[in-house]
Design a protein around this ligand. Structure first.
Ligand SMILES: Cc1cc2nc3c(=O)[nH]c(=O)nc-3n(C[C@H](O)[C@H](O)[C@H](O)COP(=O)(O)O)c2cc1C
Length: 327
């Protein structure tokens, strides 16, 4: 089984250390990624704030954004010293702000530069360097463009490629639209695995269910889940885990934090699809209760959801056909 069989995507404002600690309670094995951290933020900003994390989060990778090989090498070294398991280079982000810094998805047009970045980082590191990218940029449909990118970067020593199976449209689409509008091209990702069997290929984009995970794993080495892992985190759950165990661990963790909001905001989706999901969300987002900063709110919400009065919200009342689906 490869290290990247199940991964949670880097997501700005979402996969902070508290979110990662929470996801780790749900899955002991999922490979977790930080939000993107730019080289500028580490060179000129508060390194401790960007890189500090809890040991319990392992395995965890830090994702860097940048395109200057020596800056990346310096920052990757910091990442290694902080104890991360991997450095990931962002070659998939389409935001305008990132394009001005000439990194993210526009790097796909410069495979030699990405190779230089990977080489410079690898010279300073003992942990692996991986790359996250798209299937192409703008309207480019050529599989050869993607294959040449991967081939060039692999020659520099990268052996794991995480492919968001959509093109990035650099002009005219917002980052959010860029996660929804360009069509999914899983066949390109699967073909990469066939053409480069020695590389570890991880498929990302639009994967939201266990059957979809299994379908991808039949073709590639791993899957990376983004929005589904955040909004419906139980999809990651290890067999035998209970939500109660997760909530109890988070209540203990939250007792050491300055604000309960740091964790409560990430936990809203824990009961996604459950008959009392709404009650859970309502309790965890109650401003008056949150401002009291008392982690027992998590336990009270757990109690209310797991054993409270059996009132089922209207929109989740079982439909007649759910009962008719007999053998
Ligand atoms: C809120 C949000 C923030 C994101 N931030 C990053 C980021 O920092 N770095 C990155 O490579 N991708 C980022 N992405 C893209 C995801 O990593 C992932 O590639 C994308 O959401 C597609 O996967 P999904 O369909 O499973 O969500 C972000 C996505 C979301 C929803």
């Amino acid at each position: 089984m490869t290290a990247h069989r199940l991964c949670v995507a880097p997501m700005m404002d979402w996969t902070d250390r508290h979110c990662r600690f929470y996801l780790r309670q749900i899955s002991a094995r999922a490979f977790l990624y930080t939000e993107m951290i730019t080289t500028g933020a580490l060179l000129h900003g508060d390194v401790e704030r960007h890189l500090a994390f809890s040991r319990e989060e392992h395995p965890v990778a830090a994702q860097l954004g940048g395109s200057e090989p020596q800056d990346l090498a310096h920052c990757a070294r910091l990442v290694q010293e902080y104890g991360y398991d991997e450095v990931n280079l962002n070659c998939g982000c389409p935001s305008e702000r990132v394009q001005k810094g000439a990194f993210g998805a526009c790097l796909m047009a410069e495979p030699e530069l990405v190779a230089d970045c990977v080489r410079a980082m690898k010279e300073r590191l003992s942990i692996p360097v991986t790359v996250k990218h798209r299937t192409g940029i703008d309207r480019g449909e050529a599989y050869d463009f993607l294959a040449r990118f991967v081939d060039t970067v692999a020659r520099a020593g990268c052996s794991t490629f995480i492919v968001h199976a959509r093109n990035a449209v650099l002009k005219g689409l917002s980052p959010k639209e860029n996660r929804e509008i360009p069509p999914l091209k899983y066949e390109y990702v699967h073909r990469l695995k066939r053409d480069f069997p020695q590389l570890e290929i991880v498929s990302n984009g639009g994967i939201t269910s266990r059957p979809q995970i299994d379908a991808q794993l039949a073709q590639v080495d791993g899957v990376m889940l983004g929005r589904a892992a955040y909004h419906d985190s139980w999809i990651l759950a290890d067999p035998g885990k209970s939500r109660a165990q997760v909530v109890q661990a988070m209540a203990e963790y939250a007792a050491h934090l300055p604000s309960l909001r740091y964790v409560a905001r990430h936990m809203l989706g824990l009961y996604h699809g459950h008959p009392r999901a709404r009650l859970w969300r309502r309790m965890l987002s109650d401003p008056a209760r949150l401002s009291q900063n008392d982690p027992r709110l998590l336990l009270e919400a757990l109690d209310a959801v797991e054993s409270g009065p059996k009132e089922i919200p209207h929109e989740r009342r079982p439909q007649a056909q759910e009962f008719q689906a007999g053998p």
